[in-house]
Write a protein that binds this ligand. Structure first.
Ligand SMILES: *[C@@H]1O[C@H](CO)[C@@H](O)[C@H](O)[C@H]1NC(C)=O
Ligand SMILES: *[C@@H]1O[C@H](CO)[C@@H](O)[C@H](O)[C@H]1NC(C)=O
Ligand SMILES: *[C@@H]1O[C@H](CO)[C@@H](O)[C@H](O)[C@H]1NC(C)=O
Length: 396
């Protein structure tokens, strides 16, 4: 298995040699999603005129890939049966276990399912959940834009209606701090948690917003618009000055230790070299709240991080920052690069995410393996090559 993974790594490394390691610029895109959003507002207005137990509002189609449906379920209770995510139980007689899946949100299911207890009141809710639990990157790229979209669409389409409750799937221990703060920023108001819904009366209607991104695959313009607004709001709220030129921060990936998959085995050596050039060494968990994170990131003009979920922090970073991804030999393909280019362009970054040259990293056969994914091989980096790339960015 390891031999296969390393062999695959070598193969991909050769294929990767054609990538450009040099910084590139991308024009900011301040209009992504605008037109589609206006069409979606009109669609929700039309949709709200109906009064079924189950509505599927078609918000529009985006060039090819994306079809958007904003679902509304009639009298329903939000439950948390497995602890993995929120689920709806409809009072009127259908159960909707699939309401959280990406491609078929809210299929109408058999009527034979158990009924939720009566006792719902006249309040509406938006259910914000995802089927993969609390993984950071999924939360930022998938849940938050849906939260913004649901809140803004309903506000725009129904300015005279009461605000719904925004019920977010979060672990109990995340009710304070970054995750809850980010959800509040997305919806622009207070949130409730799925874990607190047990035993409560149901809601008159529950809305389930569409997915607007496929993790590291493609964006819908609606998702880009949502994150652009959240990003701008966070910067306005917390940041008073741009990063000072030449300030460098390195975010560690200590959690992926050797043998656990995609570990940077000589990270200690890289850290020492970067610290020697004045870089701060931090962990993203050093920022317990959203404000800490946004202000903390805005202190640095060069952000260096190993490839991974840390990219989602682009949404909280200053658009003047330059990001360098230390690339494992089997990662950072053109697909993921395009995905991040679109994001940084929509957020108004002057430069996108940049990558260390493919030759700066090599797979290491240390007896560890690709945890889950054969591309997750342990690797080491050419420290002087990474330091040169960082110094180049710090001067630019
Ligand atoms: C901005 O994004 C939209 C997608 O919403 C795309 O159609 C358009 O070409 C982009 N413009 C630029 C300058 O990248
Ligand atoms: C309606 O239900 C929601 C959620 O269960 C609850 O927060 C709210 O207080 C209830 N309102 C009334 C008037 O009972
Ligand atoms: C950012 O700068 C502020 C003000 O100088 C300082 O209080 C804070 O500790 C810094 N945070 C980080 C993470 O560098």
């Amino acid at each position: 298995m390891v031999a296969i993974a390393v062999g695959l790594g070598a193969l991909l490394l050769r294929a990767a040699a054609a990538w450009h390691p040099t910084p590139h610029s991308k024009a900011p895109n301040a209009t992504a999603g605008e037109e589609l959003f206006e069409r979606a507002v009109a669609a929700v207005r039309g949709c709200a005129a109906q009064d079924d137990a189950y509505l599927s509002c078609a918000l529009g189609t985006e060039a090819g890939a994306w079809d958007f449906h904003f679902h509304r379920f009639g009298p329903a209770q939000i439950t948390n049966p497995t602890g993995r995510g929120g689920q709806l139980t409809l009072v009127e007689g259908f159960d909707v276990p699939h309401c959280t899946s990406a491609r078929a949100p809210g299929r109408r299911i058999r009527r034979a399912c158990p009924l939720a207890p009566r006792g719902f009141n006249d309040t509406e809710a938006v259910l914000l959940t995802h089927p993969w639990g609390g993984n950071f990157q999924h939360y930022v790229f998938e849940l938050l834009p849906r939260a913004w979209l649901a809140a803004e669409l309903l506000r725009r389409a129904r300015p005279d209606d009461a605000e719904p409750a925004f019920v977010v799937h979060l672990h109990k221990y995340r009710r304070t701090g970054f995750f809850a703060d980010a959800a509040r920023l997305a919806v622009g108001t207070e949130i409730e948690l799925v874990v607190d819904q047990e035993g409560r009366g149901g809601f008159r209607n529950v809305w389930v917003p569409p997915y607007v991104v496929e993790n590291f695959r493609s964006w819908s313009a609606l998702g880009l618009k949502a994150l652009r607004h959240m990003h701008a709001k966070a910067q306005e709220t917390y940041v008073t000055r741009p990063p000072r030129p030449g300030t460098i921060v390195y975010f560690t990936r200590r959690d992926a230790s050797a043998g656990k998959g995609r570990a940077l085995v000589n990270e200690a050596e890289l850290i020492e070299a970067l610290a020697g050039r004045g870089a701060r060494i931090l962990d993203f968990s050093a920022f317990p709240t959203l404000g800490d994170r946004v202000r903390g990131l805005a202190n640095y003009s060069v952000v260096v991080t190993p490839f991974g979920a840390g990219f989602a922090n682009l949404v909280f970073a200053h658009p003047g920052a330059r990001w360098l991804s230390v690339c494992p030999p089997t990662m950072c393909n053109s697909h993921e690069r395009f995905f991040l280019d679109q994001l940084t362009s929509a957020l108004g970054f002057r430069t996108g995410v940049q990558y260390t040259a493919a030759t700066a990293a090599r797979a290491v056969n240390d007896g560890g393996g690709g945890a889950g994914d054969p591309k997750n091989v342990p690797y080491s980096v050419d420290v002087p090559a990474v330091v040169r790339a960082v110094e180049g960015l710090a001067r630019s």
